[in-house]
Ligand binder design. Sequence first.
Ligand code: UFG
Length: 324
Amino acid sequence: MNVLITGGAGYIGSHCNRYFHEKGINTVVLDDLSDGHEESVVAGKFIKGSFGDKALMKKIFTEEKIDAVIHFAAFASVPDSVARPSRYYHNNVSNMLNLLDAMVETGVKYIVFSSSAATFGEPVYTPIDEKHPQNPINPYGRTKLIGEHMLKEFETAYGIHSCSFRYFNASGCSHDSQIGEAHNPECHLIPLVIKSALYGEPKLKVFGDDYDTRDGSCVRDYVHVEDLAAAHYLGLKYIMEHNCSEQFNLGSQTGFTVLEIIKAFEKVSGLKVPYDIVGRRPGDPAVLVASNEKAKKLLGWKLEQSSLENILTTALNWEKNRKY
Ligand code: UFG
């Protein structure tokens, strides 16, 4: 089987590419390297380009005999989407439409889509299951929800089957530190905790201690990137075997506050994390915790790497040994 991985030079995409390769699947990685790293493509063929380039997509689908697409490529920063929404609608919505049109025109029938916990907005209840209403509170979440709607409509009209994954907080790095998280600029909590502890700068800012949570800081559900990679393999297999479309929430079903993450990191590393408490960050819901029952039941998904200790240790080892 030949699989195209858009955004396969990015954080989650590069771990997924490696995982698919280990499962014996041929991969073609397409990435414009706007936030990805060519060094992270450790398997498969690499093509530099944009998934919004319909002519290029049709060429790749035909020449590489692509059977399915794993679509990671997108802009994915909540604060950036609040500051610059136009980029998010252009890339995450318009470009995705070009990708889907190219699939229709060349007969590619399966797609796994990186959606997000951000599609849910402020939870009405937790853990958040797949029946929870989706009311995003930031532009990033809205673009991902539009992506999910497009996929439902493309199934009805054109028979494209999809699996949408709402990731909660992807975190950790490969067990052997070969690939890892390398955003520029970095805005995610765990890499910033590590940088603050190792280098003292940038000094960590804790965004808000006045939320209605056990210590006032935000609660998030951290899930290891290698467990996410495994879910993509299982999800693709599922929609191909059943010729159906599904949506799954992917998280560990456990929430930690920002201050708990800092304390846990200090414990596993023996390092002190310098930080300041500052105001809330726009677009941040207080609590996001997933129910992962559906993914476990339908896909047989297992969490093998997502203990907080393993997440923090692999992320620290990566930062100390990183190659890009
Ligand atoms: N945080 C800080 N200081 C920082 C960075 C983050 O206190 O310097 C806090 C945030 O306010 C939040 C938590 O740490 O409460 C986690 O923040 P991240 O930026 O690491 O992750 P988010 O929860 O904002 O975002 C993640 C994914 C998004 C996804 C979102 C769902 O990165 O793609 O979950 O809301 F959309």
